[in-house]
Design a protein around this ligand. Structure first.
Ligand code: CU
Length: 188
């Protein structure tokens, strides 16, 4: 076996090792990203319910989900047509139930609940629930768009970011190994 042939054989085995490692990383990426994506929690019901017309002002808004939502990152706003928020405190989460207290002096009018929580799989989910007090029509939208808070951002980008870093590090090491093996031996 000539030196050149020996070198190219080593190069080929190094390349095949890189291919195996890459395939393994790709498999991990697919498993890690697609598995939790199919498990979003959903809103099962609420008090008040969508388009409900209440006789008097409610003490709170209660949202019920299909699974235990994350204790952090929940945001609920109860808008009136002028863009005023009528919640009077932070949301309280008890496994799959979220309760947010309301101002006791809500006048007869249309309102819109806008909620955003972190699903048990780490993904943020959100929705809107129009309701009304008295004879008013439930408020379907607000002109003053609410500020989106970033504290409820998904943990999935962090996981993907970590995997990408690992892939880059492995690729750099592989290239260094191949270069070293491909370098012709120095003559004595
Ligand atoms: Cu999800």
């Amino acid at each position: 076996m000539t030196a050149a042939l020996l070198r190219s054989t080593r190069l080929r085995s190094a390349l095949s090792r890189i291919a195996i490692v890459s395939a393994g990383i790709a498999a991990l990426l697919v498993l890690g990203v697609s598995a939790p994506a199919s498990a979003h929690d959903e809103l099962l019901g609420s008090t008040p319910s969508a388009d409900e017309k209440l006789a008097s002002s409610p003490a709170s808004v209660v949202l019920t989900y299909s699974a235990a939502i994350m204790p952090e990152g929940a945001k609920v706003v109860v808008w009136d047509a002028d863009g005023k928020d009528w919640t009077s405190g932070d949301p309280v989460i008890d496994t799959n139930t979220l309760t947010v207290p309301l101002d006791s002096s809500m006048p007869d009018a249309g309102y819109l609940v806008e909620w955003r929580v972190v699903s048990s799989d780490g993904h943020p989910i959100s929705g809107k629930i129009p309701f009304a007090i008295g004879d008013a029509a439930p408020l379907q939208s607000v002109t003053s768009a609410p500020e989106a808070t970033d504290d409820a951002s998904s943990v999935v980008p962090l996981v993907v970011g970590g995997i990408v870093i690992v892939v880059v590090v492995v690729a750099v090491i592989a290239v260094v190994v191949v270069r070293r093996r491909a370098t012709p031996p120095t003559r004595d």
